[in-house]
Design a protein around this ligand. Structure first.
Ligand code: ADP
Length: 493
């Protein structure tokens, strides 16, 4: 089963790496110390073997070969010994000389300078023992190749075997129990220290992991709280480490936006119901009042007209809310048909002309055929709203100038008026839903504060942008940029 906890996985990985590092370090250290100790021992054995090898070179070859000594050579010609000489004795009879040679065969250097407990044994070429000396003389002839001295442990002893002169075999050894026990003690010390380092490292790792994961748990707890009722809760970034504090700040910003979106949503619902309640109240009170007693036909007609006006206002509002909801849902919900924005603009101008005439406002247009891809009714609502605003918030005898045409690869629509402009403090919120800069005037002109919000949502759902510039006392210019509707050539198979 895979391990699901990051903390456990981190600790396992950490333990494996730490064990590898500590183990590797101890291994290298042990083998370095062991090699140094053995090199010291081996140097002593090599010096002793070299000394014995030099001493053996003084021996007559027949002695080392295990052969009988030859007789002394016959006297040279022309040499007549005077008197009677005994016949030459064979060498083997010169026992004392041989014994002296064998006895003198010993480790090099004066006895007091020799390392203690060194033993040696020498075999002749025929494998008969020439001499064995030392505390461990009970040794077997080792197998060794010429020119390749062999250093090895035999039991507790370290021994060097090599081929000497005349195929003789030299073996030098020394009990190495002390070195072995020293090395064993060193290995235990290393293992103990390694385990202690491992334990401290793992404990440290566990504590660090706990410290790292504690704020994550706190973040999760806050997030869980936020997803419930309390949207105002925030993660405290002061006591969190840098990396997590960045994450916490991002989450806090998201929570802030979420809270603002929830607030906006609540506000929007309240505003929408308020806006719908007003005409409903008008219809109801008008109906109640009219029905309270008998009325003349003119009075009934008047009452019905008022109700009709309120119903139109309500249906306009509901249409607006529906367009907004469609635009909010994104591009997919908007139609993508070829639309001539020029025609849409001209229709909007014609629809608004009675209102302009009423206020004696001159409308000037410079509109060219401009094709875009989109939702004709939603776009018509955008243009109609901008033109209606330019008239509604204009001064009497003012002017409205509408231009439309391609600009920099986009469709650019501008609606300029000669009204009193929009004060700086309203700029940031002007496109918000139900926001009215001049509340009294907006209501008086039948405005709900939804027009610009709908325009923004529709334009953005078409991949465009909307904005404005305004000078108080002089007028405003609203602009809309939309991608030009290019005909797509789909390849025929
Ligand atoms: P409304 O239905 O109130 O006109 P809008 O969303 O269309 O709502 O406009 C929001 C507010 O922006 C208006 O109430 C008005 O105060 C201000 N506004 C819009 N267009 C203009 C303009 N051309 N000149 C001055 N103020 C404007």
């Amino acid at each position: 089963m895979p391990i699901r906890s990051i903390r456990v996985r981190l600790l396992i990985w950490y333990a494996v790496v730490l064990t590898g590092v500590v183990g590797g370090f101890a291994f290298v250290l042990y083998y370095e110390v062991r090699a140094a100790r053995l090199a010291e021992l081996d140097a002593q054995l090599e010096a002793a073997a070299a000394g014995l090898d030099s001493a053996l070179r003084l021996f007559p070859p027949y002695e080392l070969n295990g052969e009988p000594p030859p007789f002394a050579p016959p006297p040279k010609k022309g040499f007549e010994p005077k008197g009677k000489f005994p016949p030459p004795k064979p060498k083997e009879e010169s026992g004392p000389l041989r014994e002296r040679l064998v006895n003198s065969l010993d480790l090099p250097g004066p006895p007091e300078t020799r390392p203690a407990n060194v033993y040696f044994a020498i075999w002749r070429g025929n494998h008969s023992l020439l001499k064995a000396v030392g505390p461990n003389p009970d040794v077997q002839i080792p197998s060794v190749e010429p020119g390749r001295p062999r250093l090895a442990f035999r039991g507790q002893s370290r021994e060097l075997a090599m081929i000497g002169p005349e195929e003789s075999v030299i073996l030098v050894g020394r009990p190495a129990g002390e070195v072995a026990s020293d090395l064993r003690r060193f290995a235990w010390q290393l293992a103990g220290t390694g385990l202690a380092v491992l334990a401290i490292g793992l404990l440290g790792g566990w504590l660090i992991a706990r410290r790292i994961f504690r704020p994550i748990a706190a973040i999760a707890a806050t997030a869980a709280k936020i997803s419930g009722d309390d949207l105002s809760a925030r993660i405290n970034t002061d006591s969190i480490d840098q990396e997590l504090a960045d994450l916490a700040r991002v989450l806090n910003a998201t929570f802030r936006r979420l809270e603002a979106a929830f607030d906006r949503q609540a506000c929007f619902t309240a505003d929408a119901s308020h806006e719908l309640r007003t005409p409903l109240a008008v219809i109801r009170s008008q109906a109640e009042l009219t029905l309270s007693r008998a009325r003349t036909p003119e009075q009934y007609e008047e009452a019905l007209r008022t109700c009709l006006g309120a119903a139109e206002r309500m249906s306009d509002l509901v249409d607006g809310l529906l367009t907004l909801a469609r635009a909010d849902a994104g591009r997919e919900t908007m139609a993508r048909e070829p639309v001539d924005l020029g025609r849409v603009a001209m229709e909007a101008v014609e629809l608004c002309r009675p209102l302009a005439d009423e206020k004696r406002i001159v409308i000037k247009t410079s509109i060219s055929t401009t094709k875009v891809l989109g939702d004709a009714s939603a776009l018509s609502r955008v243009v109609g709203n901008l033109v209606a605003n330019a008239i509604k918030y204009n001064r009497p005898n003012g002017q409205v100038q509408i231009t439309l045409g391609p600009d920099d690869g986009e469709a650019l629509l501008t609606v300029r008026d000669t009204g009193e402009g929009i004060a700086e403090e309203h700029h940031a919120q002007l496109f918000e839903r139900f926001y009215r800069a001049d509340k009294a005037r907006s209501r008086a002109t039948g405005g709900s504060g939804l027009g610009l919000a709908i325009a923004k949502a529709v334009v953005e759902a078409h991949g465009g942008a909307i904005g404005f510039e305004s000078v108080v006392g002089k007028g405003s210019k609203f602009w809309v940029r939309l991608p030009l509707g290019k005909r797509k050539h789909s390849r025929q198979p």
